[in-house]
Write a protein that binds this ligand. Sequence first.
Ligand code: HEM
Length: 337
Amino acid sequence: MTFDPSVVAAVTAHMNDDHPEDNLLIVRAFGLPEASAASMAGLDENGGTWIAEVPSGRQELVVPWSHRPVTERPQIRRAVVTLYRTACERLGVTPREEHGSAPAGHAPAAAGRGPAAAADGSAEGFAARLRSATWSDHGDSEGASFMADILRGRGTLDDYAELVAQHWFLYDALEEAAGALSSDPRLATLHPEGLTRRAALDRDLVRLRGQDWRRRIAAVPATTAYVARIRAIAAEGWTAGLVAHHYTRYLGDLSGGQHIARRVSAQFGFDDAGAAFYDFGAIGDPAAFKAAYRSALDAFGAELSPAEQQRMLNEVRRAYRFNTAVFEDLGAARTAA
Ligand code: HEM
């Protein structure tokens, strides 16, 4: 079985952008000890393919997964992490702690391990649980073809501008609702002032659609539904629901969003505006913020009843589905144009 090319592209792009040193460890441990650099070139149900720089030139290496076959999208990250850990073992390197209990190849630095994680006596904190229970929905959003095209440099400037326009409608609702978090001492960590995106979106839209951008943007139906859902949750005063939407967007923007920013900035030559939405300089170190965010989620989740935890988790899944639907609508609008 072969995976959809968009899945392969997302995984290899992430490994090559964010984990070049892990690629090298894997090829060194699995057959090419003399390699000086390596990149991931592909994968299928049986294993991953890497291209390594060796003294004689370039060499391809196929490394079988430890547990075959790998047939589902969420299993891929686990399979790569297992190779990484085996490689560390073989080479006597201490594996990075953050790859420990991840459901996927990108374990959060603090999820499930901070003091708050242990507070409810469970081995896994709520942030880690949220992540593992929703990771396949994440894969659906990440793999949507509109998004995959943008990630692969196949999207046009107009496609990207349409996406930014949808963000504007969405963050208008989300940030209006999120004010309630800042005034709640348990949740203020989640929503520091520097996190808000509306001002950056305004700047990006001036760059992408001109000064009169507000008259020139429209929400696709899925965005309208997404916004309505956020406003309904805010009106109801359902804090856990609001946190679910907050988490899905902001942690995503701070994670995969950073890949998107690099791609589109390189492709369209943006400087200070165009992809300002993804610039989180105002919150300081993004990794530290994500760790603090996950600790706050752990503490928040530990206070919820099991039923309420489940309800929140369902809302995160719903948030992912909204995002996937927005990509689908944008894809359909593009085809129709
Ligand atoms: C463009 C394609 C995408 C790529 C390549 C991507 C990639 C990633 C990566 C590598 C992580 C792990 C980062 C870390 O643990 O620090 C991550 C986390 C996350 N992404 Fe995405 N992502 C994409 C799209 C999305 C979308 C569309 C959403 C939803 C709006 C989203 C929401 C999230 C969330 C909430 C997390 C944090 C999960 C957690 O650790 O609890 N991502 N993403």
